[in-house]
Design a protein. Structure first.
Length: 220
């Protein structure tokens, strides 16, 4: 089991969650830093301190960047990468709202190649669904499901192309998981070919505002 942790709450608002995350850094695939739906307009001292502690604990840090399904300008995305690198020493990027269609693949390929040239060692793509074949080859990790537990249980389907990718290249992010079923959510992701997951109990509009109970289970 490897956990991707998007913890979208300010360290000053929930310092306990950030402390638990820091002490459990060894059990994470990566931690997504999202100070202001991206890096924000200036460095946030609380996030800088949390990022430094996570880095010292061995965590991989990914800066959150919204691509707006390919609409957002590549120069703006590159600038977000620079800010995440300079302010929080991010190792790479978590690219959210990525296109999933075949016609969006060439532009996504150019984007990822450009970001790697700028020093993004790890690139995570989040189309939130199974994208067209080819996207997963661009990234270190591709999130092929982001949605509610009820949907994950009742309406998940796995296209054949996913079997051609190692499980550690695929991730499922599931919210609204009853706390008692979080271990089942982890096992289900593994059974469905995703070695990385992020099950949380939270609900919309921000299910990622609390730390996943799976991280506590990983400590034992």
């Amino acid at each position: 089991m490897s956990l991707l942790i998007p913890l979208y709450v300010h360290p000053a608002e929930d310092p306990g969650a950030w402390h638990r995350l820091i002490t459990s850094a060894a059990h994470t695939y990566a931690v997504v830093l999202n100070p202001a739906n991206g890096p924000g307009d200036g460095p946030d001292p609380a996030f800088s301190a949390a990022a430094g502690a996570l880095r010292a604990a061995g965590a991989r840090l990914l800066g959150y960047v919204d691509t707006d399904y390919g609409v957002r300008d590549r120069a703006a995305i590159a600038d977000d990468l620079r800010r995440h690198q300079e302010w929080y020493a991010a190792d790479g990027l978590f690219l959210d709202r990525v296109t999933a269609t075949p016609d969006g693949l060439p532009a996504c390929r150019r984007l990822v190649r450009g970001l790697r040239r700028l020093g993004a060692d790890t690139v995570v793509l989040n189309p939130g669904v199974h994208p067209a074949p080819g996207y997963a080859r661009l990234a270190d990790l591709t999130i092929t499901f982001e949605g509610h537990w009820s949907t994950y249980v009742s309406a998940f389907s796995r296209p054949a192309w996913t079997a051609r990718h190692p499980p550690d290249k695929l991730c499922h992010l599931v919210y609204g998981v009853p706390e008692a079923l979080v271990p089942l959510a982890v096992r289900t992701a593994q059974d469905r070919g995703a070695a990385v997951c992020g099950p949380v109990t939270g609900e919309l509009p921000n299910p990622w505002s609390a730390l996943t109970p799976a991280l506590t289970g990983a400590e034992s």
